[in-house]
Ligand binder design. Sequence first.
Ligand code: G3P
Ligand code: CA
Length: 242
Amino acid sequence: MFVNYAHRGASAYRPENTLISFRYGVELGANGIELDLQQTKDGKIVIFHDDTIDKKCNGTGKIIDYTYEELYNMDFGFWKGEEFRGTKICLFEDFAREFLEKDLTFAIEIKSEDIEKKALDIIYKYKKHDNIYITSFKIGILEKVRLLDKEIKLSWLIDEPINRENINKLLSIQGNQIAPSAKNVTYEGIELARKNGLGVRLWGIENEEIMRKAYPLAPEGMTVNFPDKLKELLGKMNSKTL
Ligand code: G3P
Ligand code: CA
């Protein structure tokens, strides 16, 4: 099944990686959610993308230098628009409680080192199905996840095109999906992944034009900031094939 992942939620329209962004993504028709995990100073797992909070919050510095309570008292919404002022940072556990039971596919990206076990424990507590990919640009993080869990799906984000070397690395940890940027994907790469039993998900869909060009090359789905536009495209494609 093709997955329309709301990337950091419906992040074109809401402050990214917040509960209101994830809820809106589902409302707009996404059947998947992508999110980023990092750790706070007091060891809580929160959902946030950037290395520092400077651009998407009224504070400055790194997430790891603040406790969850300190972050909770900051504003993670105003930068996206006055109407979002007061939006809170989201604990991964709060996300998991609300969303993991839903019939959606998840791409849970681990950004910080050494949070693999904590992230998995939260997933185990709330998951209702196995449509959950742990994803990372860092193969070392995926290796650690595989040592902890022999079954969970692994999706490796790569900056380069799909090639023999990255396929072999992923197969060595029983990975499931390779995720190149839309700008690097080719039919040959997809065929190589397919022959080796790996799925392909695309990221880096910065605008609708890239989305339209990349869609035929995205067998398992793509992460988009505007899931409503991808839903519309999927509708048009389906009606053409009927
Ligand atoms: O969908 C994967 C994508 O999120 C990877 O890039 O920088 O948005 O985490 P980034
Ligand atoms: Ca991400």
